[in-house]
Design a protein around this ligand. Structure first.
Ligand SMILES: C[S@@+](CC[C@H](N)C(=O)[O-])C[C@H]1O[C@@H](n2cnc3c(N)ncnc32)[C@H](O)[C@@H]1O
Length: 264
């Protein structure tokens, strides 16, 4: 297939490194191009811990979905900024803990949406093309795919760094959650620069020179503001590797991505 001839891939650009394809590269997937590999390799040389960052994010997603199923009774999820289908997808986790759980995957990247529609064909899965920067449309496109009036687990893992304006990021989170039924929860993760600030700034500079969309590192206090108006559950906003780790002691030290789950 020629990508240029597929109108579903309007906006697809293989020569500019893209976050979904970079993470696919770092996590050992196959859906990346030369430009992604070149930047991915360069960043991994400077920061070999980038692979762990992605793995810890995925581990957080798994533990958060399990918590939402088992302790919050949630059976339907909206995964915003879902990324390319990869090891351990959200619906596999949700349906492992709650057979029949529904997952609506949302992304604004045409390649992610195309791969999602081709691969995520399991019962209970939908893939929606929508932009988090237009939250009203996102809610209108996703909520009708879910059971009305039942709480939703909204996941925003690694997507908010791509909204560079703090006020915009805060308002889109608030608007998405306002569109969800009472009892819905938000699970979010966001890269930061607490443990290794200079290194993370260097990684962000490398990324922003080449890749699109840009990323923004934020301090935990700014990330915490995205949860305003929601009740944050224990253990609060912490590094992904510390969120409900079932008592395991970490050898790796803290990870520069923080995460929280909060209830509407
Ligand atoms: C870092 S990846 C995270 C993937 C996945 N959530 C994970 O935890 O591994 C960020 C994803 O967000 C998507 N994205 C970036 N900006 C977005 C926006 N404004 N609206 C929707 N998706 C967006 C990208 O296409 C990419 O797939």
């Amino acid at each position: 297939m020629s990508y240029e001839e597929d109108e579903d891939l309007d906006g697809f650009d293989p020569v500019t490194p893209h976050p979904a394809r970079l993470w696919d590269y770092w996590l050992g997937g196959k859906d990346h191009y030369e430009a992604d590999r070149a930047l991915g390799k360069r960043i991994a040389e400077v920061f070999p811990g980038v692979v762990d960052l992605g793995r810890w994010r995925r581990q957080f997603m798994i533990r958060a979905v399990r918590y939402l199923v088992e302790e919050a009774g949630i059976r339907q999820f909206v995964d915003v900024g879902a990324g390319l289908p990869c090891i351990t997808n959200t619906h596999e986790v949700a349906q492992h803990y709650a057979p029949g759980a529904r997952v609506v995957y949302v992304d604004n990247d045409p390649l992610v949406v195309m791969h999602g529609r081709a691969l995520l064909t399991d019962a209970g899965c939908h893939v929606v093309a929508a932009d988090l920067a237009a939250p009203r449309v996102l809610v209108e496109e996703t909520v009708p795919l879910l059971e009305a009036d039942r709480p939703v687990g909204v996941l925003m893992c690694g997507v908010l760094p791509h909204l560079g304006d703090d006020a915009l990021a805060r308002s889109v989170v608030a608007e998405v959650m306002a569109g969800m039924p009472p009892g819905s929860h938000l699970a979010l993760s966001h890269i930061t620069a607490v443990s290794k600030p200079e290194l993370m700034q260097q990684v962000a500079r490398l990324w922003n020179r080449r890749a699109r969309p840009l990323i923004k590192l934020r301090l935990p206090r700014t990330i915490g503001r995205f949860l305003d108006g929601l009740a944050v559950v224990e253990p609060g906003l912490v590094p992904t590797c510390r969120w409900r780790q079932d008592g395991h002691v970490l050898q790796a030290g803290d990870v520069d991505e923080w995460a929280a789950v909060a209830r509407k």
